[in-house]
Design a protein around this ligand. Sequence first.
Ligand code: KG4
Ligand code: ZN
Length: 364
Amino acid sequence: MLILNKTAGVFLKPSKRKVYEFLRSFNFHPGTLFLHKIVLGIETSCDDTAAAVVDETGNVLGEAIHCQTEVHLKTGGIVPAVAQQLHRDNIQRIVQEALSASRISPSDLSAIATTIKPGLALSLGVGLSFSLQLVGQLKKPFIPIHHMEAHALTIRLTNKVEFPFLVLLISGGHCLLALVQGVSDFLLLGKSLDIAPGDMLDKVARRLSLIKHPECSTMSGGKAIEHLAKQGNRFHFDIKPPLHRAKNCDFSFTGLQQVTNKRIMKKEKEEGIEEGQILSSAADIAATVQHTMACHIVKRTHRAILFCKQRDLLPQNNAVLVASGGVASNFYVRRALEILTNATQCTLLCPPPRLCTDNGIMIA
Ligand code: KG4
Ligand code: ZN
């Protein structure tokens, strides 16, 4: 049984060189019980408490996750102190479950890897102090993990992807386009100038009170929008994609959110209903927002592909675009990206939806 005794002390981040030296330090010893390095990954950067045990060949030996979505839906967004408390309540159980499922004894772990940034400071702190306790108890090495690098590299668990490749990370907290040249060698090409697309979808879903919609009450905002959009007409009204004149690969979603809010207010007046009631045109609004967001994401990604090819940063044929993060689990967005990659002789790869959203496997 893992025991969390007291808060860990000062955390010193080992240098990249030390981490690589550590990773290289394992040799193959015939006859020993475990031939592979086995890593426990712990993720608490936002609102999911997740852990997984993965071996060096990418086999997932055990996994567990506790999602806080339902609690945060009720409070209309993530309250950091609430997220922190929920992580504290669940982390020991989740790590224990992942280890039990893997049938690996903690003493047989090769290392413990934990998200250290970026994310909500209070949430990150829970995973970090828990991990450092464990590292101290078990006398195991610690591997600090960058959450976005983990999202970007997850695809290498399911597909053989060579460097360099282009990555599009679209989630509730992040939105970026980067050229991945190595395990921790990223060239940032563009990012959101304001909020992330998942955040925008969550805000629109809240404004539409989709939590009260019988089909969407337990879904995240983004998932609820995707679900309703299937029943809606995306041509119901027209919203211009943001930054359509900007000659770079940056994104913006605040304007889209604000224009959509105005539309919702207008519709509420027309339908004679109050904020908090479900509009009859909610599905049309969901379809329009999803479509406009997808167009914007695709246009910015198209610019990144052209830029990288022009500078020979990506191969001219069969360059790989990886899309990951919670919003990349949206099938409308995936289809739009697929049209782009077909037209530019690229290959689109997306981790399966459960590996797109936050999880412990990507950290391990
Ligand atoms: O990657 P993730 O689990 O956590 C962050 O690092 O943010 O992403 C969560 C975000 C939320 O904003 C959620 O609404 C959005 O991803 N999301 C979706 C879908 N599923 C989750 N957005 C669009 N379509 C979906 N199917
Ligand atoms: Zn994430």
